[in-house]
Design a protein around this ligand. Structure first.
Ligand code: SIN
Length: 303
């Protein structure tokens, strides 16, 4: 029997496979497709203090090997997540929940972390300083090491749970941002969020996305994500959740060899709603064929 369990800043996961925030909602649309308790954890949709309707449509542009989204953090807001979504999730999901939080001011991140980290199902706070689709918050916090550190420090002061900071790849020096978060007290780093991208409808002579630009994700970004996971895990001593273009058990193993302790699956859920199930089922078989008994043994084995 192979061992898939991992330890994420003190939180034990049965396996490292986690649907990424924004690609799995609050689990509701997936719960009738398969038993979600086979997952390591779920990172729920980026939640803000106030409810948000999101950006104008079209919000999605298909690309070869990926897609661009400009959802704009559509979510029901903090009160509804606590009063409705979390109780609903309790009926069908019994593994750790990762609360992905987004704000437009440091105080909003603080409010979100303070309240959500006291919900019994929430075991990790994921601070999203990397959404490219909103103005006056989102990515602007995560592209400057000082701002990322300020958010981290403030959230750490109030959070009852480990704090992971989800970083943007839209920077020249990812290590500088990650190290600033680590020095500010982060318990872990999650990377990468989406790469800022754009498509043009040449017949309409207009951008495909109403907001012109959006975040690019999918298999095409995997090598970029892997490189950043490698760089950050070598430079920092806190755990890293790898995210970006992961679509198979082999991708999970590759991310872990690069330094990830757990791995988030994003765009693949939009192509195949069974993607995470398939990966969880394939992992033990691939481990056996590669001679891996304990998955945590391969974390960061690449020098
Ligand atoms: C969005 O809601 O626009 C995507 C969230 C993100 O990229 O963080």
């Amino acid at each position: 029997m192979v061992d898939l369990s991992v330890n994420l800043a003190g939180v034990r996961l049965d396996n490292p496979v986690i649907p990424a925030s924004g690609t799995f909602g609050f689990g509701e649309e997936f719960k009738d497709l398969y038993d979600l308790d086979i997952l390591g954890a779920i990172s729920f949709k980026g939640t803000t203090v106030a409810p948000r309707l999101g950006n104008p449509v079209p919000r999605i542009a298909e690309c070869s090997s990926g897609l661009i989204n400009s959802v704009g953090l559509q979510n029901p807001g903090l009160d509804a997540v606590i009063a409705e979504q979390l109780p609903r999730m309790r009926s069908f999901f019994h593994k750790p929940i990762i609360a992905n939080i987004s704000g437009f001011a440091v105080e909003e991140f603080v409010t979100l972390a303070e309240r959500l980290s006291r919900e019994p199902q929430v075991e990790i706070i994921e601070v999203n300083v990397s959404c490219p689709n909103v103005h006056g918050g989102g990515m602007s916090f995560g592209t400057d090491p000082k701002s990322a550190a300020e958010v981290t420090r403030s959230v750490k002061q109030v959070s009852a749970r480990p704090v992971f900071v989800k970083l943007s790849p839209n920077v020249t020096d990812i290590v500088a941002v990650a190290k600033a978060c680590e020095e500010a007290g982060a318990d872990g780093i999650c990377l990468i969020n989406t790469l800022l991208g754009m498509r043009i409808d040449i017949a309409r002579r207009k951008p495909v996305i109403a907001n012109k630009m959006g975040g690019f994700s999918g298999p095409a970004v995997f090598p970029v994500a892997l490189r950043m996971v490698y760089q950050v895990s070598k430079a920092c001593s806190i755990p890293v959740m790898g995210c970006g273009g992961v679509a198979s058990a082999d991708d999970v193993i590759e991310m872990m060899m690069a330094g990830a302790t757990a791995v988030q699956v994003g765009a693949a859920n939009l192509v195949n709603p069974y993607a995470c199930k398939q990966i969880v089922e394939d992992l033990p078989k691939r481990m056996e064929s590669l001679g891996i008994e304990k998955l945590s043994d391969i974390i960061g084995i690449i020098e």
